[in-house]
Design a protein around this ligand. Structure first.
Ligand code: ADP
Ligand code: MG
Length: 446
Protein backbone atom coordinates (compact mmCIF):
# COMPACT_ATOMS: atom_id res chain seq x y z
CA UNK A 1 0.00 0.00 0.00
CA UNK A 2 1.38 3.40 -0.84
CA UNK A 3 1.86 5.91 1.90
CA UNK A 4 -1.00 8.18 0.77
CA UNK A 5 -3.51 5.37 0.73
CA UNK A 6 -2.28 4.15 4.09
CA UNK A 7 -2.60 7.60 5.60
CA UNK A 8 -6.08 8.03 4.18
CA UNK A 9 -7.18 4.81 5.83
CA UNK A 10 -5.57 5.78 9.11
CA UNK A 11 -7.32 9.14 8.98
CA UNK A 12 -10.65 7.43 8.31
CA UNK A 13 -10.07 5.41 11.43
CA UNK A 14 -9.27 8.51 13.45
CA UNK A 15 -12.35 10.18 12.06
CA UNK A 16 -14.47 7.47 13.62
CA UNK A 17 -12.96 7.71 17.08
CA UNK A 18 -12.72 11.49 17.35
CA UNK A 19 -15.41 14.12 17.62
CA UNK A 20 -15.85 15.79 14.21
CA UNK A 21 -14.58 19.17 15.40
CA UNK A 22 -11.55 17.64 16.99
CA UNK A 23 -10.81 15.60 13.92
CA UNK A 24 -11.19 18.62 11.67
CA UNK A 25 -8.98 20.79 13.80
CA UNK A 26 -6.23 18.41 14.79
CA UNK A 27 -6.08 15.54 12.36
CA UNK A 28 -7.40 16.63 8.98
CA UNK A 29 -4.54 19.07 8.48
CA UNK A 30 -1.82 16.57 9.23
CA UNK A 31 -0.03 14.34 6.77
CA UNK A 32 2.10 11.25 7.01
CA UNK A 33 5.20 12.12 5.06
CA UNK A 34 7.72 9.43 5.98
CA UNK A 35 7.23 5.87 7.14
CA UNK A 36 10.43 3.94 7.47
CA UNK A 37 11.55 1.18 9.84
CA UNK A 38 8.34 1.56 11.86
CA UNK A 39 9.07 5.20 12.43
CA UNK A 40 6.43 7.60 11.18
CA UNK A 41 6.90 11.28 10.60
CA UNK A 42 3.69 13.26 10.56
CA UNK A 43 3.67 16.83 9.34
CA UNK A 44 1.51 19.43 11.06
CA UNK A 45 0.87 22.92 9.70
CA UNK A 46 2.12 24.63 12.87
CA UNK A 47 3.86 23.90 16.12
CA UNK A 48 0.65 24.33 18.04
CA UNK A 49 -0.92 21.34 16.33
CA UNK A 50 2.30 19.36 16.49
CA UNK A 51 2.37 19.96 20.19
CA UNK A 52 -1.23 19.05 20.91
CA UNK A 53 -1.10 15.96 18.75
CA UNK A 54 2.05 14.79 20.46
CA UNK A 55 0.62 15.41 23.90
CA UNK A 56 -3.04 14.51 23.55
CA UNK A 57 -3.55 12.32 20.56
CA UNK A 58 -0.31 10.41 20.21
CA UNK A 59 -1.82 7.08 21.20
CA UNK A 60 -4.74 7.49 18.77
CA UNK A 61 -2.46 8.30 15.86
CA UNK A 62 -0.32 5.37 16.85
CA UNK A 63 -3.08 2.82 17.05
CA UNK A 64 -4.54 3.94 13.73
CA UNK A 65 -1.15 3.62 12.08
CA UNK A 66 -0.37 0.32 13.81
CA UNK A 67 -3.66 -1.09 12.56
CA UNK A 68 -2.84 -0.15 9.01
CA UNK A 69 0.75 -1.34 9.02
CA UNK A 70 0.29 -4.24 11.43
CA UNK A 71 3.49 -3.16 13.12
CA UNK A 72 4.45 -1.28 16.23
CA UNK A 73 5.24 2.26 15.13
CA UNK A 74 6.70 5.25 16.82
CA UNK A 75 5.67 8.69 15.65
CA UNK A 76 7.25 12.07 15.52
CA UNK A 77 5.25 15.17 14.69
CA UNK A 78 7.02 17.88 12.78
CA UNK A 79 5.98 21.31 11.60
CA UNK A 80 5.61 21.64 7.89
CA UNK A 81 2.94 23.56 6.06
CA UNK A 82 2.09 21.11 3.30
CA UNK A 83 -1.57 20.61 3.28
CA UNK A 84 -3.63 23.37 1.85
CA UNK A 85 -6.41 21.80 -0.13
CA UNK A 86 -6.78 18.34 1.30
CA UNK A 87 -9.18 19.30 4.04
CA UNK A 88 -11.99 20.83 2.08
CA UNK A 89 -14.21 17.79 1.75
CA UNK A 90 -14.45 17.32 5.49
CA UNK A 91 -17.30 18.87 7.40
CA UNK A 92 -16.87 22.41 8.63
CA UNK A 93 -15.36 22.75 12.08
CA UNK A 94 -17.64 23.31 15.02
CA UNK A 95 -14.74 24.33 17.11
CA UNK A 96 -11.60 25.97 16.05
CA UNK A 97 -8.64 25.47 18.32
CA UNK A 98 -6.11 27.03 16.06
CA UNK A 99 -3.91 29.73 17.61
CA UNK A 100 -5.75 32.41 15.66
CA UNK A 101 -8.99 31.79 17.47
CA UNK A 102 -7.43 31.93 20.93
CA UNK A 103 -5.74 35.17 19.96
CA UNK A 104 -7.15 38.37 21.36
CA UNK A 105 -5.53 41.80 21.26
CA UNK A 106 -6.38 42.30 24.90
CA UNK A 107 -7.23 45.98 24.63
CA UNK A 108 -9.36 47.86 27.13
CA UNK A 109 -12.33 49.39 25.25
CA UNK A 110 -12.04 52.70 27.10
CA UNK A 111 -8.34 53.25 26.41
CA UNK A 112 -8.88 54.93 23.08
CA UNK A 113 -7.31 57.89 21.39
CA UNK A 114 -10.56 59.86 21.57
CA UNK A 115 -10.59 59.48 25.35
CA UNK A 116 -6.99 60.57 25.68
CA UNK A 117 -6.60 64.17 26.78
CA UNK A 118 -3.55 65.92 25.42
CA UNK A 119 -1.68 68.55 27.38
CA UNK A 120 1.83 69.80 28.04
CA UNK A 121 2.86 66.69 29.90
CA UNK A 122 2.06 64.23 27.14
CA UNK A 123 1.88 66.11 23.84
CA UNK A 124 5.18 64.82 22.61
CA UNK A 125 4.25 61.22 23.40
CA UNK A 126 0.89 61.81 21.71
CA UNK A 127 2.49 63.18 18.55
CA UNK A 128 4.83 60.20 18.38
CA UNK A 129 1.88 57.87 18.83
CA UNK A 130 0.20 59.45 15.83
CA UNK A 131 3.35 58.89 13.81
CA UNK A 132 3.27 55.20 14.65
CA UNK A 133 -0.40 54.91 13.80
CA UNK A 134 0.33 56.31 10.35
CA UNK A 135 3.41 54.28 9.80
CA UNK A 136 3.78 51.28 12.08
CA UNK A 137 7.03 49.37 12.21
CA UNK A 138 9.20 52.05 10.70
CA UNK A 139 10.96 55.01 12.29
CA UNK A 140 9.65 54.88 15.82
CA UNK A 141 10.49 51.28 16.45
CA UNK A 142 10.65 50.44 19.24
CA UNK A 143 8.55 53.12 20.86
CA UNK A 144 9.43 53.40 24.52
CA UNK A 145 7.10 55.35 26.84
CA UNK A 146 8.17 55.98 30.41
CA UNK A 147 6.76 57.90 33.34
CA UNK A 148 5.36 57.64 36.85
CA UNK A 149 2.30 55.77 38.00
CA UNK A 150 -1.08 56.69 36.53
CA UNK A 151 0.11 59.21 33.94
CA UNK A 152 -1.43 57.39 30.99
CA UNK A 153 1.26 55.09 29.62
CA UNK A 154 -0.99 52.04 29.38
CA UNK A 155 -3.83 54.13 28.01
CA UNK A 156 -1.72 55.66 25.24
CA UNK A 157 -0.13 52.37 24.29
CA UNK A 158 -3.49 50.67 23.99
CA UNK A 159 -4.92 53.62 22.08
CA UNK A 160 -2.25 53.01 19.45
CA UNK A 161 -3.36 49.38 19.34
CA UNK A 162 -6.99 50.37 18.80
CA UNK A 163 -6.06 52.75 15.98
CA UNK A 164 -3.81 50.24 14.23
CA UNK A 165 -6.63 47.71 14.32
CA UNK A 166 -9.07 50.28 12.99
CA UNK A 167 -6.76 50.85 10.02
CA UNK A 168 -6.15 47.18 9.44
CA UNK A 169 -8.31 44.67 11.26
CA UNK A 170 -6.14 41.77 10.09
CA UNK A 171 -3.15 42.97 12.10
CA UNK A 172 -2.22 40.71 14.97
CA UNK A 173 -1.72 43.07 17.84
CA UNK A 174 -1.27 41.99 21.40
CA UNK A 175 -1.13 43.90 24.64
CA UNK A 176 0.43 42.17 27.61
CA UNK A 177 2.19 43.17 30.80
CA UNK A 178 5.84 42.08 30.83
CA UNK A 179 4.93 39.99 33.84
CA UNK A 180 2.57 37.90 31.70
CA UNK A 181 5.39 37.26 29.28
CA UNK A 182 7.50 36.04 32.20
CA UNK A 183 4.75 33.80 33.55
CA UNK A 184 4.04 32.37 30.11
CA UNK A 185 7.70 31.63 29.65
CA UNK A 186 7.91 29.81 32.97
CA UNK A 187 4.88 27.65 32.24
CA UNK A 188 6.17 26.91 28.74
CA UNK A 189 9.43 25.74 30.23
CA UNK A 190 7.62 23.59 32.78
CA UNK A 191 5.39 21.96 30.20
CA UNK A 192 8.21 21.77 27.63
CA UNK A 193 6.16 23.83 25.24
CA UNK A 194 8.78 26.31 24.15
CA UNK A 195 7.93 26.05 20.48
CA UNK A 196 4.37 26.99 21.14
CA UNK A 197 5.51 29.87 23.32
CA UNK A 198 7.87 31.17 20.66
CA UNK A 199 5.25 30.83 17.96
CA UNK A 200 2.66 32.63 19.98
CA UNK A 201 4.77 35.70 20.45
CA UNK A 202 6.73 35.73 17.22
CA UNK A 203 3.72 35.52 14.92
CA UNK A 204 2.46 38.91 16.11
CA UNK A 205 2.55 42.06 14.00
CA UNK A 206 2.71 44.42 16.93
CA UNK A 207 3.38 43.87 20.61
CA UNK A 208 2.42 46.28 23.38
CA UNK A 209 4.54 45.34 26.36
CA UNK A 210 3.55 47.08 29.56
CA UNK A 211 5.84 47.70 32.54
CA UNK A 212 8.94 46.19 31.00
CA UNK A 213 10.95 47.09 34.13
CA UNK A 214 9.47 43.89 35.53
CA UNK A 215 12.01 41.77 33.66
CA UNK A 216 14.99 43.54 35.24
CA UNK A 217 17.20 41.16 37.16
CA UNK A 218 15.42 38.12 35.73
CA UNK A 219 18.10 36.68 33.57
CA UNK A 220 16.24 34.01 31.67
CA UNK A 221 13.20 36.15 30.97
CA UNK A 222 15.45 38.94 29.69
CA UNK A 223 17.22 36.53 27.40
CA UNK A 224 13.99 35.20 25.93
CA UNK A 225 12.56 38.69 25.60
CA UNK A 226 15.70 39.76 23.78
CA UNK A 227 15.17 37.03 21.19
CA UNK A 228 11.46 37.75 20.85
CA UNK A 229 12.21 41.43 20.44
CA UNK A 230 14.83 40.77 17.78
CA UNK A 231 12.65 38.35 15.86
CA UNK A 232 9.86 40.90 15.64
CA UNK A 233 11.94 44.00 15.22
CA UNK A 234 14.11 42.59 12.49
CA UNK A 235 11.09 41.76 10.42
CA UNK A 236 9.69 45.26 10.78
CA UNK A 237 7.02 44.51 13.34
CA UNK A 238 6.13 47.33 15.73
CA UNK A 239 7.23 47.04 19.35
CA UNK A 240 5.87 49.40 21.99
CA UNK A 241 7.12 49.32 25.55
CA UNK A 242 6.33 51.16 28.76
CA UNK A 243 8.26 51.49 31.96
CA UNK A 244 8.30 53.54 35.13
CA UNK A 245 11.69 54.94 34.15
CA UNK A 246 13.84 55.35 31.11
CA UNK A 247 15.81 52.32 29.87
CA UNK A 248 19.16 53.54 31.16
CA UNK A 249 17.71 53.97 34.66
CA UNK A 250 16.37 50.45 34.92
CA UNK A 251 18.77 48.70 37.23
CA UNK A 252 19.82 45.15 36.39
CA UNK A 253 18.58 45.38 32.85
CA UNK A 254 21.07 43.83 30.43
CA UNK A 255 23.01 46.36 28.39
CA UNK A 256 21.97 44.81 25.11
CA UNK A 257 18.31 45.30 26.07
CA UNK A 258 18.93 48.88 27.17
CA UNK A 259 20.45 49.63 23.81
CA UNK A 260 17.66 47.85 21.91
CA UNK A 261 15.03 49.76 23.86
CA UNK A 262 16.72 53.05 23.07
CA UNK A 263 17.19 52.21 19.42
CA UNK A 264 13.89 53.78 18.35
CA UNK A 265 12.09 56.61 20.06
CA UNK A 266 11.99 57.14 23.81
CA UNK A 267 9.45 59.59 25.24
CA UNK A 268 8.31 60.38 28.73
CA UNK A 269 4.93 61.38 30.08
CA UNK A 270 5.06 63.79 32.99
CA UNK A 271 2.43 64.22 35.68
CA UNK A 272 -0.29 66.55 34.40
CA UNK A 273 0.14 70.26 35.00
CA UNK A 274 -2.59 72.42 36.47
CA UNK A 275 -4.23 73.25 33.16
CA UNK A 276 -4.37 69.65 32.13
CA UNK A 277 -5.67 68.55 35.51
CA UNK A 278 -8.57 70.95 35.05
CA UNK A 279 -9.28 69.45 31.63
CA UNK A 280 -9.11 65.92 32.98
CA UNK A 281 -11.34 66.71 35.95
CA UNK A 282 -13.91 68.22 33.63
CA UNK A 283 -13.82 65.27 31.23
CA UNK A 284 -13.93 62.61 33.92
CA UNK A 285 -16.76 64.41 35.74
CA UNK A 286 -18.74 64.30 32.54
CA UNK A 287 -18.10 60.58 32.16
CA UNK A 288 -19.32 59.92 35.69
CA UNK A 289 -22.31 62.22 35.33
CA UNK A 290 -21.03 64.70 37.87
CA UNK A 291 -21.83 68.42 37.70
CA UNK A 292 -18.94 70.39 39.17
CA UNK A 293 -19.04 74.13 39.74
CA UNK A 294 -15.90 75.88 38.43
CA UNK A 295 -14.45 76.62 41.91
CA UNK A 296 -14.80 72.93 42.74
CA UNK A 297 -12.86 72.06 39.57
CA UNK A 298 -10.02 74.40 40.40
CA UNK A 299 -9.90 73.25 44.01
CA UNK A 300 -9.59 69.64 42.91
CA UNK A 301 -6.97 70.54 40.31
CA UNK A 302 -4.94 72.32 42.97
CA UNK A 303 -5.17 69.52 45.46
CA UNK A 304 -4.91 66.31 43.49
CA UNK A 305 -1.57 66.76 41.87
CA UNK A 306 -0.23 63.27 41.69
CA UNK A 307 -1.58 61.61 38.59
CA UNK A 308 -4.54 60.97 36.34
CA UNK A 309 -5.51 57.69 37.93
CA UNK A 310 -5.90 59.47 41.29
CA UNK A 311 -7.96 62.19 39.71
CA UNK A 312 -10.24 59.61 38.14
CA UNK A 313 -10.55 57.65 41.40
CA UNK A 314 -11.50 60.76 43.29
CA UNK A 315 -14.04 61.89 40.73
CA UNK A 316 -15.61 58.48 40.87
CA UNK A 317 -15.83 58.65 44.66
CA UNK A 318 -17.28 62.14 44.60
CA UNK A 319 -19.87 60.98 42.10
CA UNK A 320 -20.87 58.10 44.36
CA UNK A 321 -21.05 60.38 47.36
CA UNK A 322 -23.05 62.99 45.49
CA UNK A 323 -25.46 60.40 44.24
CA UNK A 324 -26.04 58.79 47.61
CA UNK A 325 -26.51 62.23 49.19
CA UNK A 326 -28.74 63.33 46.31
CA UNK A 327 -26.56 66.35 45.77
CA UNK A 328 -27.09 68.08 42.43
CA UNK A 329 -24.34 70.49 41.50
CA UNK A 330 -21.12 70.04 43.42
CA UNK A 331 -19.79 73.21 44.97
CA UNK A 332 -16.49 74.13 46.55
CA UNK A 333 -17.57 73.23 50.10
CA UNK A 334 -18.53 69.74 49.04
CA UNK A 335 -15.15 68.93 47.51
CA UNK A 336 -13.28 70.65 50.35
CA UNK A 337 -15.08 68.48 52.80
CA UNK A 338 -14.47 65.44 50.67
CA UNK A 339 -10.75 65.98 50.26
CA UNK A 340 -9.86 66.91 53.80
CA UNK A 341 -9.21 63.62 55.58
CA UNK A 342 -9.34 65.32 58.99
CA UNK A 343 -12.63 66.96 58.33
CA UNK A 344 -15.00 67.49 61.24
CA UNK A 345 -17.17 64.62 60.06
CA UNK A 346 -14.22 62.38 60.89
CA UNK A 347 -15.02 60.26 57.92
CA UNK A 348 -12.45 57.94 56.60
CA UNK A 349 -12.34 58.32 52.87
CA UNK A 350 -12.19 55.56 50.39
CA UNK A 351 -8.46 55.55 49.93
CA UNK A 352 -5.33 57.27 51.05
CA UNK A 353 -5.37 59.15 47.76
CA UNK A 354 -7.22 61.86 49.62
CA UNK A 355 -4.01 62.69 51.39
CA UNK A 356 -2.33 65.66 49.87
CA UNK A 357 1.44 65.88 49.49
CA UNK A 358 1.44 68.95 51.69
CA UNK A 359 -0.33 67.01 54.39
CA UNK A 360 2.23 64.22 54.39
CA UNK A 361 5.14 66.64 54.38
CA UNK A 362 3.81 68.62 57.30
CA UNK A 363 3.06 65.50 59.34
CA UNK A 364 6.55 64.15 58.70
CA UNK A 365 8.08 67.49 59.66
CA UNK A 366 6.05 67.51 62.83
CA UNK A 367 6.99 63.97 63.66
CA UNK A 368 10.72 64.66 63.40
CA UNK A 369 10.36 68.09 64.95
CA UNK A 370 11.61 70.04 61.96
CA UNK A 371 10.07 72.96 60.17
CA UNK A 372 8.58 72.13 56.79
CA UNK A 373 11.03 74.59 55.27
CA UNK A 374 13.90 72.63 56.80
CA UNK A 375 12.56 69.32 55.54
CA UNK A 376 12.26 70.78 52.07
CA UNK A 377 15.47 72.77 52.33
CA UNK A 378 19.06 72.34 51.33
CA UNK A 379 20.72 71.23 54.57
CA UNK A 380 22.26 67.77 54.49
CA UNK A 381 22.39 67.32 58.24
CA UNK A 382 22.17 63.61 59.00
CA UNK A 383 18.83 63.64 60.86
CA UNK A 384 17.31 65.87 58.21
CA UNK A 385 18.47 63.64 55.41
CA UNK A 386 16.87 60.63 57.07
CA UNK A 387 13.59 62.46 57.67
CA UNK A 388 13.64 63.61 54.06
CA UNK A 389 14.21 60.09 52.77
CA UNK A 390 11.33 58.83 54.82
CA UNK A 391 9.08 61.63 53.61
CA UNK A 392 10.01 60.84 50.01
CA UNK A 393 9.25 57.19 50.66
CA UNK A 394 5.83 57.98 52.06
CA UNK A 395 4.99 60.38 49.25
CA UNK A 396 5.87 57.69 46.75
CA UNK A 397 4.20 54.78 48.44
CA UNK A 398 1.19 56.35 50.11
CA UNK A 399 -0.08 58.56 47.32
CA UNK A 400 1.95 57.33 44.37
CA UNK A 401 3.43 60.72 43.74
CA UNK A 402 5.82 60.59 40.77
CA UNK A 403 9.54 60.75 41.50
CA UNK A 404 9.91 64.08 39.73
CA UNK A 405 7.12 65.63 41.76
CA UNK A 406 8.55 64.35 45.05
CA UNK A 407 11.92 65.79 44.04
CA UNK A 408 10.34 69.12 43.27
CA UNK A 409 8.45 69.29 46.56
CA UNK A 410 11.43 68.25 48.66
CA UNK A 411 13.62 71.16 47.64
CA UNK A 412 14.07 70.77 43.91
CA UNK A 413 15.90 67.47 44.01
CA UNK A 414 16.66 65.31 41.04
CA UNK A 415 14.39 62.29 40.49
CA UNK A 416 17.33 59.89 40.72
CA UNK A 417 18.16 61.04 44.24
CA UNK A 418 14.52 60.42 45.19
CA UNK A 419 14.79 57.00 43.62
CA UNK A 420 17.86 56.27 45.74
CA UNK A 421 16.08 57.51 48.86
CA UNK A 422 13.23 55.14 48.16
CA UNK A 423 15.53 52.21 47.44
CA UNK A 424 17.50 52.94 50.62
CA UNK A 425 14.41 52.93 52.83
CA UNK A 426 13.18 49.88 51.04
CA UNK A 427 16.33 47.88 51.68
CA UNK A 428 16.58 49.14 55.28
CA UNK A 429 13.03 47.99 55.89
CA UNK A 430 14.05 44.44 55.07
CA UNK A 431 16.54 44.33 57.94
CA UNK A 432 15.24 46.89 60.39
CA UNK A 433 11.94 46.18 62.08
CA UNK A 434 11.92 49.36 64.14
CA UNK A 435 11.93 51.34 60.90
CA UNK A 436 8.70 49.58 59.96
CA UNK A 437 7.24 50.54 63.33
CA UNK A 438 8.29 54.14 62.85
CA UNK A 439 6.64 54.27 59.45
CA UNK A 440 3.46 52.71 60.80
CA UNK A 441 3.42 55.24 63.61
CA UNK A 442 3.67 58.15 61.17
CA UNK A 443 1.03 56.61 58.95
CA UNK A 444 -1.37 56.36 61.85
CA UNK A 445 -1.22 60.14 62.16
CA UNK A 446 -2.36 60.59 58.53
P1 ADP B 1 -0.06 54.29 33.73
O1 ADP B 1 -0.04 53.13 32.81
O2 ADP B 1 0.88 55.38 33.32
O3 ADP B 1 0.15 53.90 35.16
P2 ADP B 1 -2.82 54.45 32.93
O4 ADP B 1 -2.65 54.47 31.48
O5 ADP B 1 -3.24 53.17 33.56
O6 ADP B 1 -1.50 54.95 33.66
O7 ADP B 1 -3.84 55.61 33.33
C1 ADP B 1 -4.50 55.67 34.57
C2 ADP B 1 -5.92 56.14 34.40
O8 ADP B 1 -5.93 57.48 33.96
C3 ADP B 1 -6.69 55.36 33.35
O9 ADP B 1 -8.01 55.22 33.77
C4 ADP B 1 -6.62 56.23 32.12
O10 ADP B 1 -7.74 56.08 31.29
C5 ADP B 1 -6.58 57.62 32.69
N1 ADP B 1 -5.77 58.50 31.85
C6 ADP B 1 -4.43 58.56 31.81
N2 ADP B 1 -4.00 59.49 30.94
C7 ADP B 1 -5.10 60.04 30.42
C8 ADP B 1 -5.33 61.10 29.49
N3 ADP B 1 -4.31 61.76 28.92
N4 ADP B 1 -6.62 61.42 29.21
C9 ADP B 1 -7.64 60.78 29.79
N5 ADP B 1 -7.50 59.79 30.69
C10 ADP B 1 -6.24 59.42 31.02
MG1 MG C 1 0.25 51.15 33.30
Amino acid sequence: MDIERLWKNAQEELKIVLAPAVFQTFVSKTQLIILKDSTATIACPNSYLADINQKRYYHLFKSALDNQTKTNNSISFIVQDLIKTETQNFSAPLLNFSPKSTYSPNLHPRYTLENFIVGNSNNFAFAAAQGIIKNPGSTYNPFFIWGGVGVGKTHLMQAIGHELLKNNSALKIKYFPAETFGNDLISALKSKNMNLFKDRYRQLDCILVDDIQFIAGKEYIQQEFFHTFNALHMSGRQVILTSDRKPSDIQNLEDRLVSRFMGGLTVDIQPPDYEMRCAIITQKAEIYGLKLQPPAVTFLAENIQSNIRDIEGNIQQIAIKAQSGRVGEIDLAFVQNYLNPLSSSGQNHFSSTNLTPRHIISLCAKHFDFKTSELCGKSRKKELVFARHLTAYLLLTEINLPLEEVGRLLGGRDHTSIMHARDKIHSDLAVNSSLRQLIDQIKRSF
